[in-house]
Design a protein around this ligand. Structure first.
Ligand code: TTP
Ligand code: MG
Ligand code: MG
Length: 442
């Protein structure tokens, strides 16, 4: 069917119908083919290939699918021990019910709601089914939670015989038919804006944010739209008089770094719609690590520390480059007689900072330097996640905030002058005792 379809062109007056996928040749309120008002039009529609897809009112949608008599009723999923709302269908939301709301409050707002206890097994199975359908579109599917994922569809046009926008609209249609729930799609050129877009027109949304409009689109939005800006950080920014992303757009990068450390860099980039994070498929790394075998065996803490530091920086550089963070720090040692030990520690929050990885590694290493001679040292992080919630600005611990700030400055210098431009006290002049792997640069 699509082989015979004329190649669609980027023309904001044209676009396609999200119900029948028919191409539109002019600006009309309704589809020329089927009369549907659900049309997709955008000046960059056929250039964009990064998508975020999120199921609408996921648990509630699954329950409504299985109990069609509830279709037009307000449905709340939740209860159980904690007595809070997991999710509510859109009918209940109109009445003011929200996720995480105490159930008694939800029922005050919507007394006639049908309350259903969550059936996690069922939701996991449906989530997997949707994910498998995504993976049939592209190998680059990065699940974010049970009901959402990023998809990179760049380079798939030949395979599908149509551009990503049409592939995605068809996907949404197929999920409705084959799974019986609905999804919302966000299409953009980067993860940040794809995720923002998928949330813009829920349920059954299909929103596009192009390169050309990113700056103006973001300008009047609140800073909380930025990944990693939670309630606490939002308050910190408000203290400095910053409420909109537009205000961040007018600020110098150095000023943001000075004020907010590594977070300043993110504010600078994301406020301008610059987000280089790639889509990492599920089977991708479960951990990020670096290790090195020494020229000769080492046994003392003092000998091992500089190597640990250098390796921590490599791990951190790789995490930062991929936009991910890890919550468990893993130390690996191979003794002279080839026995491998691993020791790990879980942190309160995921980190991508060399300093945190190193400090945790140090604690683990201290206990293993008991005279044993080692031939290999490795450090890494597992429990990987997107770096959105990593390293929350720790306003209480001034020291850790200062360190994060310093690390931001070092990263900045490295980005400018190359990986070796800045050496920290631990790695500087490390001599020939430990042979270090080449820095993780392409
Ligand atoms: P979300 O995608 O955040 O929410 P949703 O799918 O219910 O609604 P939306 O249309 O806005 O995407 O979360 C997916 C599921 O995760 C949700 O159906 C239930 C569960 N969940 C909780 O249990 N507690 C929560 O606080 C949230 C936000 C979600
Ligand atoms: Mg959802
Ligand atoms: Mg979700």
């Amino acid at each position: 069917m699509f082989a015979s379809m004329p190649t669609p062109v980027n023309d904001p007056t044209q676009g396609f119908c999200r119900d029948c996928l028919g191409l539109q040749r002019a600006v009309k309120q309704r589809c020329e083919v089927c009369g549907s008002p659900r049309l997709a039009r955008h000046a960059e529609l056929y250039d964009l290939s990064l998508a975020h897809i999120d199921c609408d009112a996921f648990y509630a949608a699954v329950e409504k699918r299985d109990r069609p008599e509830l279709r037009d009723r307000p449905v709340i999923i939740g209860g159980g021990k904690r007595g809070v709302v997991s999710t509510a269908c859109y009918i209940a939301r109109i009445r003011g019910v929200r996720s995480a709301m105490p159930m008694f409050k939800a029922l005050e707002a919507c007394p006639d709601a049908v309350v259903i206890k969550p059936d996690m097994e069922k939701y996991v199975a449906v989530g997997r089914q949707v994910r498998a359908m995504m993976q049939a579109l592209t190998p680059l599917v990065e699940p974010i939670s049970i009901d959402e994922a990023f998809l990179d569809l760049a380079g798939t046009q030949k395979l599908h015989g149509r551009p990503p926008a049409l592939v995605l609209a068809d996907f949404a249609r197929r999920v409705e038919r084959e799974v019986g729930i609905t999804v919302s799609v966000g299409l953009s050129y980067c993860k940040f804006l794809a995720k923002v877009a998928s949330d813009m027109a829920k349920p059954r949304g299909f929103s596009v944010i192009g390169d050309a409009e990113a700056l103006s689109f973001l300008a009047d939005k609140p800073v909380s739209l930025i990944w990693g800006v939670g309630k606490a950080f939002e308050a910190t920014l408000a203290e400095g008089g910053i409420r909109t992303i537009g205000q961040l757009q007018t600020m110098e990068r150095n000023e943001l770094l000075r004020r907010y450390g590594t977070m300043g860099d993110r504010l600078h980039r994301l406020s301008r719609g610059q987000d280089e994070r790639q889509v990492h498929p599920e089977h991708d790394a479960k951990s990020v690590s670096a290790e090195t075998t020494f020229d000769k065996d080492l046994a003392t803490f003092d000998d091992l520390v500089p190597i640990l530091r250098a390796l921590s920086e490599q791990v951190s550089a790789r995490l930062k480059k991929s936009g991910i963070a890890g919550r468990t720090v893993v130390l690996k040692l191979k003794s002279a007689d080839f026995r491998i030990k691993t020791r790990n520690r879980q942190l309160a929050d995921a980190t991508r900072l060399a300093d945190r990885i190193f400090a945790t590694g140090l604690e683990l290493l201290r206990r293993e330097t008991d005279g044993t001679r080692y031939r290999l040292l490795g450090i890494g992080v597992s429990d990987l996640s997107d770096d959105g919630r990593a390293d929350p600005p720790d306003l209480v611990d001034v020291q850790s905030r200062k360190r994060a700030l310093a690390e931001g400055a070092v990263d900045q210098l490295r980005a400018k002058f190359g990986g070796k431009a800045v050496e920290t006290g631990y790695t500087f002049g490390r001599g020939s005792r430990g042979r270090l792997p080449r820095p993780d640069e392409e």
